[in-house]
Design a protein around this ligand. Structure first.
Ligand SMILES: [Zn+2]
Length: 268
C-alpha cells in the first residue's frame, strides 16, 4: 500500500509533465468509480498538483469562469497514476484515463479500492489526520495528538485520522529510529521520546521521498518504476537479520494483525 512518500513521489513526477496541459476528457472505464460529471473537465488546464495526506489533488482551471475543479485521487491498496504518451489498452487494470493535450494520465488499480472524485473546493474532502510534512506538525502537536490515547504507539501511528500518510513500513522504521518500543502506550511517551519520534517521522518520510518511495510488493511511480527505499530499510521486512545498530536479530511481532519489526535491544 502506498504511504506518504510513495504518493509524494507520484505527485513530484507528474507535476512537470502535466502542469499547464489542457484536459481533453476524463474517461471512466470502471463503473465502481462513481465520478460526478466527468465531462465537466474538458477544456480545462491543469494549474497545480498537490498532496494532502495520501490524497492526490489536481486543480483544473477554467477560462470561462465556470470556477475551478479539483480532480482528487486516492490510490488505496494498489492504485497507480502513470504518465503515458500513449492511451494504452482500455482493459483492466485501467479504471480511468485523463486525456491531455500531448499525453495521458492512466489510473490503473488491480484491486479497485482506489477512489476518485471531482470537487469544487478542497474543503469538500472528508476531514483527515494531520499531514506530517505540513508546518503544523510540531513536537507539541504530536504530543497533543498522542495525549489520552489508550493504544500502543505502533498501531497508533497507523491511524489515518491522527497522522495522515504513515503506514506499516514507515511506522516500524520511525520507531526504530526513535528507539521506542512499538508496544509502548502512545499516551505514556515522555517529552524527550515525543521529540525523538517527531524527528524520526520527518526524517524517515523525507528519506523515503528522496529515494523515490519503497516498493515491497507492487508500488510503481508515475513512470511505472519501483521505488528505491526498500534497500535502505533498517528493520521492516528484516526479521532475524542483524540490527544495523547493535547486531542483535531484528524481531517481528503482530499488532492488530499487522507485522511490526523492531530491535529488542535498541528500542525501549
Ligand atoms: Zn539493535
Amino acid at each position: 500500500m502506498p504511504e506518504l512518500p510513495e504518493v509524494e513521489t507520484v505527485v513530484r513526477q507528474l507535476a512537470p509533465r502535466v502542469i499547464g496541459r489542457r484536459v481533453r476528457s476524463l474517461k471512466i472505464y470502471d463503473p465502481k468509480l462513481r465520478v460526478n460529471q466527468p465531462q465537466s473537465v474538458a477544456g480545462r488546464v491543469i494549474g497545480a498538483i498537490e498532496r494532502i495526506g495520501k490524497q492526490i489533488l489536481m486543480r483544473l482551471d477554467d477560462e470561462d469562469s465556470r470556477g475551478n475543479l479539483w480532480w482528487c485521487v486516492h490510490l488505496r491498496m494498489t492504485g497507480r497514476l502513470i504518465w503515458s504518451s500513449e492511451p494504452g489498452p482500455e482493459i483492466p487494470p485501467l479504471r480511468a484515463r485523463l486525456a491531455l493535450d500531448g499525453g495521458h494520465i492512466l489510473f490503473k488499480d488491480v484491486r479497485r479500492f482506489g477512489t476518485m472524485r471531482l470537487i469544487k473546493s478542497i474543503g469538500e474532502l472528508p476531514p483527515g489526520g494531520m499531514d506530517p510534512l505540513s508546518p503544523s506538525f510540531t513536537p507539541a502537536a504530536l504530543g497533543q495528538l498522542l495525549a489520552g490515547s489508550r493504544q500502543e504507539i505502533k498501531p497508533w501511528l497507523l491511524r489515518q485520522d491522527r497522522l495522515a500518510g504513515v503506514g506499516n513500513i514507515y511506522a516500524s522504521e520511525a520507531l526504530f529510529a526513535a528507539r521506542i518500543h512499538p508496544r509502548r502506550l502512545a499516551s505514556a511517551l515522555d517529552s524527550t521520546q515525543i521529540r525523538r519520534l517527531h524527528h524520526a517521522i520527518l526524517t524517515i518520510l523525507r528519506q523515503g521521498i528522496k529515494h523515490g518511495g519503497t516498493t515491497v510488493s507492487d508500488f510503481e511511480n508515475a513512470r511505472g518504476e519501483s521505488g528505491g527505499f526498500q534497500k535502505r530499510l533498517a528493520v521492516y521486512g528484516r526479521a532475524g537479520q542483524p540490527c544495523r545498530r547493535c547486531g542483535a536479530p531484528v524481531a517481528r511481532i503482530a499488532q492488530q494483525s499487522r507485522g511490526t519489526f523492531f530491535c529488542l535491544n535498541c528500542q525501549d
